[in-house]
Design a protein around this ligand. Sequence first.
Ligand code: WT7
Length: 658
Amino acid sequence: MSQENANLEARLEEQDAFEPPESFVEQANVTDPGVYEEFEENWPECWERAADLLSWDEEYETVLEDDDAPFYEWFTGGTLNASYNCLDRHVEEGAKNRAAIKWEGELGETRTYTYGDLLNEVEAFAATLRDLGVEEDDVVTLYLPMIPELPIAMLACARIGAPHAVVFAGFSADALATRMNAAESEYLVTCDGYYRRGDALDHISKANEGLESVEHDVSDVVVVDRLGDDLSHSLGSNQHDWDELMADHEGASVEPVSRDAEDMLFLMYTSGTTGQPKGVKHTTGGYLAYTAWTSRAVLDIKPEDTYWCSADIGWITGHSYIVYGPLALGTTTVMYEGTPDYPEKDRLWEIVEENRVDIFYTAPTAIRAFMKWGAEYPERCDLSSLRLLGTVGEPINPRAWKWYYKHIGNEKCPIVDTWWQTETGGMMITTLPGVNTMKPGSAGPPLPGIDARVVDAEGEEVSGGEAGYVTVNNPWPGMLRTLYNNDDRFLSEYWAEYSDEDADEWVYFPEDGAKLDDDGYITILGRVDDVINVSGHRLGTMEIESAVVGVEGIAEAAVVGGEHEVKGEAVYVYAIPEDGYEDQDDLDERASEAIDTSIGPIARPEEVIFTPELPKTRSGKIMRRLLEDIASGNELGDTSTLRNPEIVDEIADQVEAE
Ligand code: WT7
């Protein structure tokens, strides 16, 4: 390293606050620090600003209806259509030939859909769905990877008022079945396969296997031909080839259905503390307004931008910030099918260069991988088109933040570290890139209009420098409305901890720990429930445990998260073999396979550790904290309250030896 570079590194390392670059502020969508006060003084009417970003068929009467809190309603009385807002209105305003989606296939092929093209495709698929019998409010499951047919299908569903439920393509057959059963979904759109690191992956077999476990009749399955082989032999009697159906409906015109603001736009299943995933319900008006507003204010998206979020649409990030937010604003959104290191570790930077990407939004786990690979990869490409960078999904350590700032942003792009959840629909805690000072590692203050706090166990706000729990003390338009078919669980999961029901004071509890600083910036510390965050994906330890204890020869298991250099957290399984199975050396493999089968490869354990006992308190509760410390290689805390303290060292020795 040259002396000059070394000085630069040293300066960067010491710096703990960064001002937004002047060149950015000059052109930013939001630059007035007064926006915080304006929202506070004019709450909840301030949210009209978000609603104004949309085209309504019928104007709403009330911004916020809180009679039945915490079952809040937003923009009551208003009607609109999400697909109209994401497509038709832009075409009507003259943007027919602007690129809406620029897709990069893993093998190097590209496809560009203009707003005009995308509207045609969406109408053709909407007509197809109608012909198959899909009616308003029928839930359509989309089990698709990162191919353009996924957003096309989402918007087609939205057009006819059929909520979609996207299931991440990396999830297993069982996970698909669980979700289709929970949503009683009778329609499935899937594909034959897709590419990973140049290899074709079979997807349809997984879909078919899942369908076998669906408890109700499934009317129709539409299969996209991604691999280009002849599909006709492999389709079952109620299965249709996407291309054939689309050819039959080419040029169809389908009027967007006017939906009530509170009508469901989609369901998204996410992991919780029990084995049963939660069906998070998002609505048409509030969700769309909120994603559009945050895309504009935080991601600084303008119609002429090329914007790229590298998440998978199978997660909420892709719903909100690949599809709905960006398209509602009429921008160009990039979609990439594959992995960042195929064919080489500069793939993402090539995509940035080729598409002249202005805004790039990714996860800390990816940034940590880029760091590990080295700066030579981004240095190969021209990244000068970039104006703003973002992260989401997990805490970002200051070192990774600074690497991203320097090597991707060339110290010219602000970084927004955006804290939010599947349930919040959109961003909640982050700096506004044209307004606030950035502090690496800290997400920032709550967004305007969001009363997020860090509180102690009693719900009292902590002082600067102290840690506690995140709460959100007022509602916001993008919030989940309930858990599908499960209002009770909605109340007990999110509103029980800090609300005062008698006083009709409702406090949302996201189950994250955090630290507050003297400027009101919030540093997220991580989940405080039995949910772990692997590479920015939420996994329930109970779900994994129930897969492991289903394995023949395993008597009991505890699953915890341990620190991981790239993934943030990784899955560690501690298991007690049944008598007679102690010496079976394929037991760990079978445990991993069981996890693959019930959830998918994302939940694959880093290690499976067998032990004759698990550390338990005298009342028989497993001390997970100790198992977490062992997995992370931390100093072990107090073991004196254990019934079997001796087992802790035994387990720790074993983990170290691996
Ligand atoms: C959990 C939500 C939001 C889309 C991706 C994940 C963690 C999210 C941050 C951040 C620290 C973060 C939280 C949260 N998280 N963003 N910027 N800094 N932690 O959505 O699967 O619903 O998970 O992800 O723990 O509760 P999700």
